[in-house]
Design a protein around this ligand. Structure first.
Ligand code: FES
Length: 153
């Protein structure tokens, strides 16, 4: 639990944090950097609402510590695109009206984006498999899967 500084790159920008190494990454992203894409759901690594990409791999920022992320490259929802230039996955989720409450969508979009990088043309069952540990309590899974298939083209 040594005090920092801990260095990491977030959405392409290098940062240094003087915080305890066991600080959970989601608090650094939301509270210190104002990146509210990652959502706090369960806080136990089970729901996926807090998903970010670490070196391109989906990770649950509510359980990843700052020290674990040291030297790595973190991408949040904000790092994918913005209102002026949406990422294709973000655009597909909007077109499919995939949100009901929307709380899970950060995790769905981040996980789907990583899937499409490693498998640009997934089958529906592969999309289901990739998203199986991202929980949606509203039940909009049909629209979410449709959005991912649209983004895959
Ligand atoms: Fe991180 Fe649920 S809030 S997995």
């Amino acid at each position: 639990n040594a005090i920092g500084p801990v260095h990491l790159t977030v959405n392409g920008t290098a940062h240094s944090f003087d915080l305890p190494g066991d600080t959970k990454l989601i608090y650094v992203l939301r509270n210190d950097l104002g990146l509210n894409g990652p959502k706090f759901g369960c806080g136990l690594g089970e729901c996926g609402a807090c998903t970010v990409l670490i070196d391109g791999v989906p990770a649950r920022s509510c359980v990843v510590t700052l020290k674990t992320a040291e030297g790595r490259s973190v991408t949040t929802l904000e790092g994918l695109g913005n209102l002026e230039m949406l990422h294709p996955v973000q655009a597909a989720f909007i077109a499919a009206q995939a949100a009901q409450c929307g709380y899970c969508l950060n995790g769905m979009i981040m996980t789907a984006t990583a899937l499409l990088v490693r498998n640009p043309t997934p089958s529906v069952s592969e999309v289901r498999e990739a998203l199986r540990y991202n929980l949606c309590r509203c039940g909009t899974h049909v629209e979410i899967i449709r959005a991912v298939m649209t983004a895959a083209g």
